[in-house]
Write a protein that binds this ligand. Structure first.
Ligand SMILES: Nc1ncnc2c1ncn2[C@@H]1O[C@H](COP(=O)(O)OP(=O)(O)OP(=O)(O)O)[C@@H](O)[C@H]1O
Ligand SMILES: [Mg+2]
Length: 277
């Protein structure tokens, strides 16, 4: 069970003077339950790739398969959900409720069951049920993004692809989004996040892919990425490395404050335990 991308290439405006090779012979896979981060400079082909992963764009050459079937084909259409970079593009309902209910109602849910699906998806995306009756277009950019996320989550996809999901969110909603992604990942969903800010997701990522001019510049684990890239380390990782240099023997492959906290407590012992001594 996986998404397999094989020798994928895609060119906009093929055969015209505006021809643009956006994806150039890319191959990689996304395993069941894997958490993959995709980075790369502006215009490197990330969004074009994302649109292939859920079958919104069909390969011009090469292939993209989801659990063995062509991405976008009827049998796998609901398996991969894409949160687009510009959420306005995927909102269409007169109300938030109508928007989020679209997929589950297509699956045949009605009445109370449909309400439950919508409220579940809104809650998971961090939105209060009171927004359900509002027009999605009356909301802020960050809230619109969360409504679009709820719409994607309401399909209960096996593969969740998010194109710059944190852009426009305030710090509280960013933390909530990362918590939701962590929860979804723990429940066995494969997650692909496209982001300019890789550092805040390094603690969750199992694989990193960096695109450059439509090609794969790097693919590997987080430690391999941090070793290979001319990359500024996350501040918390730098701190853990400094502690090591000072003779405090804590793990230095730490990318989040929570993990650093646990590691420091492991080294020094918890304050409660020390008070008991
Ligand atoms: N609809 C389109 N028509 C023509 N060219 C396009 C179109 N969409 C994207 N491109 C071009 O294809 C290349 C890849 O674009 P894409 O949006 O996939 O990059 P990206 O890595 O997502 O960029 P960003 O970091 O700005 O989101 C860019 O050079 C872009 O200008
Ligand atoms: Mg993009």
């Amino acid at each position: 069970m996986s998404i397999e991308v094989k020798n994928l290439s895609f060119c906009y405006n093929r055969g015209t003077s505006l021809e643009k090779h956006a994806i150039d012979n890319i191959s990689f896979s996304i395993g069941k339950g894997e958490f993959v981060l995709i980075g790369g400079e502006v215009g490197s082909g990330k969004s074009t790739l994302a649109r292939h992963l859920n079958g919104l764009l069909r390969p011009q050459s090469g292939s993209v398969t989801i659990d063995g079937k062509a991405a976008g084909s009827r049998k796998v259409r609901s398996k991969a959900g894409l949160l687009m970079q510009y959420p306005q593009k995927q909102l269409f309902g007169r109300t938030v409720y109508e928007d989020v209910a679209f997929a589950p109602s297509n699956f045949g849910f009605k009445g109370k069951e449909l309400d439950e699906h919508v409220m579940y998806a809104l809650g998971l995306a961090g939105l209060d049920g009171s927004v359900a009756s509002l027009s999605p277009f009356s909301l802020s950019g960050g809230q619109m993004r969360l409504v679009a996320l709820a719409g994607v989550l309401s399909m209960k996809p096996d593969y969740l692809i998010l194109d710059e999901p944190a852009s426009g969110l305030d710090p509280d909603n960013r933390v909530l989004l990362i918590g939701t992604l962590e929860k979804l990942h723990r429940s066995g969903i494969s997650i692909v996040v496209i982001s300019h800010q890789l550092s805040e997701l390094l603690s969750l990522a199992e694989k990193i892919i960096i695109l450059k001019s439509g090609r794969i510049e790097f693919v590997g684990s987080v430690p391999e990425y941090l070793r290979s890239a001319p990359f500024t380390l996350p501040e918390i990782t730098s701190l853990m490395k400094e502690l090591n240099l000072a003779g405090i023997n804590v793990g230095d492959d730490i990318y989040s404050v929570d993990d650093a906290f646990s590691e420091i407590i492991r080294f020094f012992g918890s304050p409660e335990a020390r008070l008991d001594e």
